[in-house]
Design a protein around this ligand. Structure first.
Ligand code: FAD
Ligand code: NAI
Length: 464
């Protein structure tokens, strides 16, 4: 038997591959096992990247068709070449997954293709046709997540699709019903709406994006409705019947009441994701919580030498959270520091406009009895946003009164997915709103809206 590895990682998504790269950099003898044939996980292959490729392409189409004329740019006979749109998406994915494979080589990480299962502490079986056993001092489980099931509804990825099917539809559906008004439902619902589908979003709760700031969420709903999406809030799907080529989607008020049927060509089930935890962990006695996520203490499971990171563990199911945890776990395994600040993990919905948030919401601060000050600024009063005809939305900054620290920021508007990074840095440095307010920002930029909201915390915003 060859020398054991210092570290074997099961799963090649953002958690796993970032863990592998850092481990390689720190000189650990490392292998990463992945069974989808490509590195990059959900994020690169069927998640973050392909969805952003379609979001971007559909926004360009929408701008050319509906908005450029107001800027004096006349685009005639604008049409969609769906095959090419899908091809450029696939090309982006292909290029980036190859890039991750290159990074494994560069950092001397062995990329093992196949399905990994932990046989015993320190031992991992890899099945790829034949099975072989690898040994390691440490094992990191980074097996990610899969779409959650809607009881009684079978996803066939043709007519009833998960996000994976919705990213590869061969035709633009005339009628698309989206089940779940979260990240996936609103991003992919927006894509197909812009490309011409009639989109109806059915949401169990009486609001969209339930974990986000309430004020931003209701402004967001108003804008999505203006863009032509239809919402059935406070409704649940009871059944989906296939009838002569179309879908009959039976919905009923979440609190009980009369049923109705909506007709659709395609239904997208986007009601959350569930952890993937079938890499031998039950046999090993690795503890999971009630919802099936692997429990950890600083990414260590209850089994000596077995670690877990990313979507298969509790917390936000986001690529950058998985990445942070992967790096921290590699650091600890190498005997270094390992740190993730769970109070500063941004979330961005990449619709147009984007919605971004970090830290605590007003609702959470109120519920915790924490006194806070708030500053707000609308993009309508931001010169760059006005000039670019993109003035929907606002920025909100929250500062805790007792510590004078920024504890949250919530925004909707052009490019806020980038602007939120500035708040993350400020929060990591323990900044007060005044620190952001007194930092010179270039003019005219969208980021000035953040500065003005920060000024608003102490009452000196420049709003007209
Ligand atoms: P994953 O990326 O799920 O990777 C796990 C990998 O492990 C998979 O490749 C799987 O094949 C492999 N695997 C599982 N079991 C085994 C086994 N036994 N042996 C070998 N390999 C195994 N997040 C963002 O932050 N920003 C976004 O814009 C964003 N957009 C998204 C869009 C969509 C449509 C979806 C579905 C998700 C999106 N996410 C986004 C979420 C993001 O994709 C996940 O949070 C992230 O991929 C989690 O990383 P991970 O490494 O924990 O798991
Ligand atoms: P989600 O958790 O974001 O939203 C699910 C929505 O479905 C919620 O609003 C919930 O109330 C609703 N819901 C649950 N059960 C329902 C039912 N039976 N009927 C109707 N509505 C129901 O989950 P989503 O959109 O599936 O995405 C999964 C995860 O993937 C996200 O939580 C996020 O972590 C990640 N993601 C991140 C993106 C980003 O960062 N931009 C983009 C896409 C996904």
């Amino acid at each position: 038997m060859a020398d054991p590895y210092d570290l074997i990682i099961i799963g090649g998504g953002p958690g796993g591959y970032n863990c592998a790269i850092r481990a390689g950099q720190l000189g650990l003898k490392t292998a990463i096992i992945e069974d989808r044939g490509k590195l990059g996980g959900t994020c690169l292959n069927v998640g973050c990247i392909p969805s952003k490729a379609l979001l971007h392409a559909s926004e360009v189409f929408d701008a050319a068709k509906n908005h450029m004329a107001s800027l004096g740019v006349v685009a005639k006979d604008v049409s969609i070449d769906l095959k090419q749109m899908m091809q450029q998406k696939d090309d982006a994915v292909e290029g980036l997954t190859k890039g991750v494979e290159f990074l494994m080589k560069k950092n001397k990480v062995d990329y093992v293709k196949g399905r990994g299962a932990i046989a015993a502490p320190g031992q991992v079986d890899v099945v790829n046709g034949a099975a072989r056993r690898l040994e390691a001092r440490n094992i990191v489980i980074a097996t990610g997540s899969a779409p959650a099931d809607l009881p009684g509804v079978k996803i066939d990825e043709q007519q009833i699709v998960s996000s994976t099917g919705a990213l590869a539809l061969p035709e633009i559906p005339k009628r698309l019903v989206v089940i779940g008004a979260g990240y996936i439902g609103l991003e992919l619902g927006s894509v197909w709406r812009r490309l011409g589908s009639e989109v109806t979003v059915v949401e169990f709760l009486d609001r969209i994006t339930p974990t986000m700031d309430g004020e931003i969420s209701s402004q967001f709903l108003r804008i999505l409705k203006k863009q032509g999406l239809t919402f059935e809030l406070g409704m649940k799907v009871v059944a989906i019947e296939k009838k002569s080529g179309e879908l009959a989607i039976v919905i009923e008020p979440s609190k009980g009441g009369e049923q109705r049927t909506i007709k659709a060509d395609i239904a997208l089930v986007a009601i959350g994701r569930k952890p993937v935890t079938d890499a031998g962990i039950a046999k090993l006695g690795v503890k999971t919580d009630k919802r099936g996520f692997i429990e950890t203490d600083h990414w260590r499971t209850n089994v000596q030498g077995v670690w877990a990171i990313g979507d298969c563990t509790p917390g936000p199911m986001l690529a950058h959270k998985a990445e942070e945890e992967g790096i921290a776990a590699a650091q600890l395994i190498a005997g270094n520091w390992g740190h993730v600040n769970y109070d500063v993990i941004p979330g961005v919905v990449y619709t147009a406009p984007e919605v971004a948030s970090v830290g605590r919401t007003e609702e959470e601060l109120k519920a915790a009895g924490i006194a806070y000050k708030v500053g707000k600024f609308p993009f309508l009063a931001n010169s760059r946003a006005r000039t670019n005809h993109a003035a929907d939305g606002m920025v909100k900054v929250l500062e805790e009164e007792s510590t004078k620290r920024v504890v949250g920021a919530h925004m909707m508007g052009p490019g806020v997915g980038e602007i939120i990074g500035e708040v993350c840095v400020a929060m990591e440095f323990g900044a007060a709103a005044e620190d952001i307010a007194r930092t010179c920002h270039a003019h005219p930029t969208m980021a000035e809206a953040l500065r003005e909201a920060a000024k608003g915390v102490d009452g000196w915003t420049m709003q007209a």
